[in-house]
Design a protein around this ligand. Structure first.
Ligand SMILES: Nc1ncnc2c1ncn2[C@@H]1O[C@H](COP(=O)(O)OP(=O)(O)OP(=O)(O)O)[C@@H](O)[C@H]1O
Ligand SMILES: [Mg+2]
Length: 232
């Protein structure tokens, strides 16, 4: 039980993560906490390990060392079947390079997580349409990813990540392909949605204006979080 004088228990906590891709040490002892409902920005130079950290926290990549704890569940040792179930119910992910399904239209891409969760086709399409509207891409429902601009694909990816009402959204450079006005629109929609539903957001960004939407910012350098006071 936490009291007022204690820090709230984190919703998601990574401790001492190490991860190598071949001979590249992408993470070297990274630790980070995300509290319920918190919007946390992760910044750092290209190659500092941000995407790798996000993939470990979201249970997509298993760290070589360290632990990832979500609520009272340790993700890094969880069997794949339970991990993918938990990812489907509790997490929404916006990948840095889109990863929409190329054969499906925008509407079907966003509806897919709902269909997997057992919604009817009709209900899934209605809700998917509402999310596309929220992110300003209504009218493009029938486009396939190959026919969309980078910015449209990012908005569709955000809609897909949020459509199931996850507890945590992981967004890797969600405004990277948008101009600053469109970036602001997407960020306000994301922040508004997160605040309204109490969703925690881990947001990777290079952009200080985007990071300013977060409650807190941590910076990665060479695969580890820069201690407070050393950043800048
Ligand atoms: N699948 C992979 N295979 C080999 N090396 C990889 C792989 N993924 C990442 N790396 C390497 O690990 C390091 C960290 O990569 P990561 O993608 O986590 O960085 P990042 O901070 O997200 O960078 P960016 O800002 O450019 O997206 C880099 O040196 C990268 O080249
Ligand atoms: Mg990256």
């Amino acid at each position: 039980m936490s009291t007022n004088s204690e820090k709230p228990t984190p919703l998601l906590a990574a401790r001492g993560l190490a991860k190598s891709h071949g001979r590249t040490r992408a993470l070297r002892g990274a630790s980070v906490e995300l509290r319920a409902g918190e919007i946390l920005a992760v910044t750092g130079a290209s190659g500092s390990g941000k995407s790798t950290l996000l993939h470990c926290l979201a249970g997509i990549v298993r760290p070589d060392e360290g632990s990832v704890v979500y609520g009272d569940t340790r993700l890094d040792g969880l069997p794949e079947k339970r991990l993918s179930e938990l990812r489907r119910t509790d997490f929404g992910v916006v990948f840095q390079f889109g990863q929409l399904i190329p054969e499906l239209t925008a509407l079907d891409n966003v509806a897919l997580p709902l269909l997997l969760a057992g919604a009817s086709r009709r209900d899934a399409h209605v809700r998917a349409g509402q999310w596309l509207e929220r992110f300003g891409v209504l009218g493009q429902e029938e486009l396939r990813p190959g026919e969309m601009s980078g910015g449209q694909a990012q908005r569709v990816s955000l809609a897909r990540a949020l459509v199931t009402g996850p507890k945590v959204v992981f967004a890797d450079e969600p405004t990277g392909a948008l101009d600053s006005l469109a970036g602001e629109q997407v960020m306000s929609a994301l922040v508004h949605t997160a605040r309204e539903s109490g969703t925690a957001v881990l947001l990777i960004t290079h952009d200080a204006q985007v990071a300013a939407y977060a409650d807190r910012e941590v910076q990665l350098r060479d695969g580890a979080v820069v201690p407070l006071g050393v950043a800048a």
